[in-house]
Design a binder for this molecule. Sequence first.
Ligand code: SIN
Length: 296
Amino acid sequence: MQCATARHARLALMSALTIDRIAGALGAELTGLDLTRRLGDGELDALRAAVVEHKVVFLRDQHYATQHLERLTEQLGGHGHTPFLEAMPDHPGVVKVVREAHEGGFNFGGAWHSDWSFQPAPPAFTLLWSVDVPTFGGDTMWSNQQLAYETLSDGLRATLDGLDVVHSAGWAYSADGVLARSAKGRSMQINTTDDALSEHAHPAVPTHPESGAKVLFVNPTYSVRFDGWSAADSAPLLQHLYAHSTRDAFTCRFRWTPDTLAIWDNRSTQHNALNDYRGVRRELHRTTVAGTAPTR
Ligand code: SIN
């Protein structure tokens, strides 16, 4: 009896949440939640269901405080491990993603990727809360990797179903990687090291642990080669998959306003922070939620 009452309360809360899709492939704006207070179980279930279904959700006009970001991260499953990036003082799981107005060049997150896909258990979700957004540019894009998988030909899907992909942070974070080479004058604190060269293999097509859908799990930032294949043998097929998986038809693009929280599912998306805001400042605060090892 009590169970039925709790379920009804949950359903009522779910219907209080308004969901407006922002694109055909993925992405939705949510209204009806106030993140300045701790979410109740029903609200949390509804939020989680919306993230898994829409893959990235946006909550605008949510007053930012570091504690709100930390509390929601804990409620969604606890902080993931964040390598290479210096956390904010007194907030070990929170990273300031910032580029000052005078900085040019590389922007953090400015290539298609799924967060920390080289980890044995990559993060389930990432939370990114806007603090200072540019008056122009600085949008972020996401791409739906379930749709990317489902639109491959039967033959390629069958081939990929049996393959593993090796991932590494080396291209980005090694001592002579892209971020080391572009470090001069950068305000964001990034610790590049050859520890980044270590490798970890995951299925090319894991089953999403919550939706049960098969998803393509490769990305041009961290995928290195198919397991058991040379880099040269892997390159043509990987390049084909990178181009396919980020086709316009699978993406959404989000225009940030201050005090907006984005939550995305790294198990079913890639994302890319567009580098088109030269001359203006951009600051967002980021956490990840711990995930599990991808499995078939
Ligand atoms: C990231 O890749 O986590 C950063 C995305 C962004 O700054 O829009």
